[in-house]
Ligand binder design. Structure first.
Ligand SMILES: C[S@@+](CC[C@H](N)C(=O)[O-])C[C@H]1O[C@@H](n2cnc3c(N)ncnc32)[C@H](O)[C@@H]1O
Ligand code: SF4
Length: 363
């Protein structure tokens, strides 16, 4: 079984008003120390059989040119044989040299935070690049020969109407991209939006936005393969599929998580603590087989294809349909789950209701 390697870069030049991911303001000296700690964690981790690397953040490309090259050099021993090598970037932190650096170190997939095509909305979110900046950034990647580009788009934003979001999508579909992730705004307590009491849209509008987005994407050849993800044929994210297939993955860097065999782990989120002890992590073994199976179901049902029944039964030496008979029969009768060939999956109506479906599996 192949695995993924995730690297967390917890630095951002500015902080967006909605975001509660593990990040701190960029500081050159702290980044230098973090790079030393990262090298130490990499050296002390047995990393094998990986076919994807994902450098996420934070804003990985807010590192200066030298620091970015140091990071890529650290990862060179692992990146040689991977099929997919992704980095998350923000347009405002790119420069000419960084485009060439990414190409030189064989990065072959870019994930760009677009969030909205409306410059006024971008300002409200405290995003620093305009839509035109992002279009230019995408074209610059294509010019250096990296054309596997994904964008992140948010919806259910403050004061956003269904019509606004549909217009966003129309503009997004004019971009030369291969993959789209869409996320409904979540108001996190520990953010400017949380403190100001800003609200996302109500559930009905949010649900309409989600369902109409799927139709528009599908008409344009972006097939939904996961609850929030859409790709042109052949461009599903190999790395993210590791999570949803419940494969193992390594998490390196503060705030990164990993899964190896029968346990999950979270590295410390505290960057100072990480620099002092890069091995500092919480290890969370699955309490028992039932908990592991539930986690597996939770990840697999996010996928449009659903759960591979034969693989699941072999892995746990169990019959999933018999084990969860009552729940599955109930959800099949409500047309929220279906069985297609060898796969147990959410129906189109079921997928947006995934959380309540999972609650039933938990009971
Ligand atoms: C954590 S960011 C990292 C990528 C990069 N720093 C950027 O800003 O583009 C990854 C994505 O998570 C999404 N995101 C972050 N906070 C969110 C929130 N509160 N609600 C919904 N989506 C959120 C955004 O779409 C963002 O692009
Ligand atoms: S959305 Fe990206 S750039 Fe904005 S604060 Fe979060 S991680 Fe940083």
């Amino acid at each position: 079984m192949t695995k993924g390697l995730y690297i967390h870069v917890p630095f951002c030049k500015t902080i967006c008003y909605y975001c509660d991911f593990c990040h701190i303001g960029y500081n050159e000296q702290i980044v230098d120390k973090w790079l030393i700690a990262l090298a130490s964690q990499l050296n002390n981790t047995d990393i094998e059989d990986i076919d994807s690397i994902y450098i996420g953040g934070g804003t990985p490309n807010c590192l200066n040119n030298e620091q970015l090259e140091t990071l890529f050099k650290l990862l060179e021993p692992y990146s040689k044989n991977v099929k997919e090598y992704t980095i998350e970037i923000n347009a405002e932190s790119m420069n000419d040299e960084k485009y060439h650096l990414l190409k030189k170190y064989n990065i072959n997939r870019i994930s760009i935070g677009l969030e909205s095509t409306d410059d006024k909305m971008l300002k409200l979110l405290n995003r620093k690049s305009s839509f035109v900046d992002i279009k230019n950034c995408i074209n610059s990647f294509i010019d250096v020969g990296i054309n596997n580009i994904s964008i992140d788009l948010m919806y259910s934003l403050p004061n956003q109407t269904l019509k606004d979001f549909m217009y966003d999508i129309d503009l997004v579909l004019t971009l030369p991209i291969k993959h789209i992730s869409i996320y409904a705004l979540t108001i996190e307590e520990n953010t400017v939006f949380g403190r100001k009491g800003i609200k996302s849209q109500d559930d009905d509008i949010e649900a309409d936005m989600y369902l109409q987005a799927i139709d528009k994407f599908e008409q344009a050849g972006f097939k939904q393969y996961e609850i929030s993800n859409y790709a042109k044929e052949g461009y599903q994210s190999i790395h993210n599929l590791h999570y949803w297939h419940f494969d193992d993955f390594y998490g390196i860097g503060p705030g990164a998580s990993g899964k190896i065999d029968y346990y999950l782990y979270d590295n410390t989120r505290n960057v100072k603590e990480y620099i002092q002890n890069p091995q500092s992590k919480d290890i969370m073994p699955f309490a028992d087989k039932d908990e592991e199976m539930f986690e597996h179901i939770m990840m697999n049902l996010r996928l449009v294809e659903g759960i591979d029944i034969i693989k699941f039964n072999e892995r746990y030496n169990i019959d999933i349909i018999a084990k969860y008979k009552k729940v599955i029969d109930d959800l099949l009768s409500k047309n929220l789950l279906s069985i297609e060939g060898n796969f147990l999956k959410c129906t189109k109506q079921g997928l947006p209701l995934l959380n309540s479906i999972l609650t039933q599996f938990m009971d």
